[in-house]
Ligand binder design. Structure first.
Ligand code: HAM
Length: 412
């Protein structure tokens, strides 16, 4: 039985086949994501992996709606696996925001599902670090979020040589569009044309811009000019004060595909341009109002960082650690009459928080020792009995070869 295309099997290391993914690497990524988010004062939340279809058809934009894993359930409800976390977060915040002091700073590590064509960096299932700030209009919040994004990537050993965050603004583009007489009903198509600029031929783009009455040359001049708006300058100044300015650049080519963004938007890319976006996000000041049917109106901003591109990049740069079994002690049972006493001792070590392994059934001592080496255990320990019947534990440090006998049995 084969797994579905675009889905992954995660195996413990060492990996049995190049086609499978590392459960250890995934845990490594999750641990770092959690560590840095908490360092910035973000709290973890989660929501259901299935949501009413309507949550996404409301505002996410045609692209993501076309990629939904949706179906009708046994109760005749139209539902969908979540393709992103932001609508769920908006729904959750709208329901209980009064119980939380603003700004709300929350993060989640959801698994997301998008029915898209499988390609490099794009699968039908992925995990994302989502970090969002709710209830703050000041650009200080945008800067704080960018600080978190930068520090998350730095926590993996990536530097300003490896990645850059391309900063842009929907406000800047909206102003550009309005000044040139763009009609509000064409705005979404205009943003889509900007979003596709890097992936389409100039002829295709020229056609799309002329369809909404905008000159392709003026669009290109605006991007080339790259003049920061006051709002973007404030963000850059804030990051400069933190010593993080080298990680960002103004780049109006970025506008984001999702429909709900309203202000500052950004995407993180590897500097060599070999991979797809590592992360993307921005402000979405109207989404909570829309999802709550006008009941709750709170400004919001956030980003999503996927595990797929990040892992490809870390692998390529040799930034993943070696993943061992993390066994500290291997208990050798060479004398089967001592098995009950050994089990009691193993229990004592595990109660003390040690990771302990041993042979479940009688085995030759060299086989047990070989297993301890394979597991890269730090210590072996063996119970011994004196002729008078007193028990002792004989410890051996496998790295230093140092030996210690502890009587009665205890930690070395
Ligand atoms: P997004 O740009 O659609 O934004 O996704 C964010 C990141 O998730 C991407 O940069 C990419 O690394 C990863 N990603 C997206 N789709 C796939 C896929 N099919 N396979 C592998 N990785 C993928 C959002 O989802 C927004 N909801 C982020 C956000 C949070 N905005 C505000 N708050």
């Amino acid at each position: 039985m084969e797994r579905l295309p675009g889905f992954r099997d995660f195996y413990p290391e060492p990996l049995p086949h190049p086609d499978v993914w590392s459960a250890d690497a995934r845990q490594y990524i999750f641990d770092k994501w959690r560590m840095v988010a908490r360092r910035y004062g973000f709290r973890e939340y989660d929501g259901p992996p299935l949501e009413p279809l309507e949550l996404y058809t409301l505002k996410s934009g045609a692209e993501i709606v076309g990629q939904l894993y949706n179906f009708v359930d046994k109760g005749e409800r139209s539902i969908s696996l979540r393709p992103e976390m932001t609508p769920t977060l908006a729904r959750m915040v709208a329901a209980h925001e009064r119980n939380y002091k603003k700004p709300i700073k929350w993060f989640a590590l959801p698994q997301l599902f998008r029915y898209e064509r499988q390609q490099k960096g794009r699968l039908r299932e992925h995990f994302q670090l989502n970090a969002d700030v709710i209830g703050e209009t000041d650009t200080a919040a945008d800067s704080e979020l960018l600080g978190l994004l930068i520090d998350t990537l730095r926590a993996f050993g990536l530097t300003a040589e490896d990645f850059v965050i391309r900063l842009s603004s929907r406000n800047a583009w909206q102003e550009f569009f309005q000044q040139r007489g763009g009609k509000p009903e064409d705005a979404y198509n205009f943003y889509q044309a900007v979003d596709k600029l890097e992936r389409e031929t100039p002829e295709e783009s020229r056609k799309k811009f002329s369809a909404v009455g905008i000159s392709f040359d003026e669009v290109n001049d605006f991007i080339k000019g790259g003049k920061p708006t006051a709002e973007l300058q404030a963000v850059v100044d804030n990051l400069t004060a933190r010593g993080l300015a080298a990680f960002v650049k103004i780049d109006y080519q970025v506008i984001r595909g999702l429909a709900y963004y309203t202000g500052v938007v950004f995407e993180a890319f590897d500097k060599k341009g070999e991979f797809r976006a590592i992360a993307g996000g921005g402000r979405y000041d109207n989404l909570i109002k829309l999802i709550s049917g006008g009941k709750v109106n709170l400004p919001a901003l956030g980003f999503g960082m996927g595990d797929v591109v990040l892992l490809e990049l870390l692998k390529q740069r040799g930034l993943l650690p070696k993943f061992d079994s993390q066994i500290q002690t291997f208990c050798l049972i060479e004398d089967e009459t001592l098995r009950p006493a050994s089990l009691a001792f193993i229990q004592q070590l595990r109660d003390a928080g040690q990771a302990v392994e041993y042979a479940l059934t009688p085995a030759k001592s060299d086989k047990q020792f070989k297993r301890a080496m394979e597991l890269k255990a730090q210590w072996t320990v063996k119970l011994e009995k004196t002729p008078e019947g007193a028990l002792s534990a004989k410890w051996k440090n496998l790295a230093t070869r140092e030996e210690k006998t502890i009587s009665p049995p205890g930690l070395p």
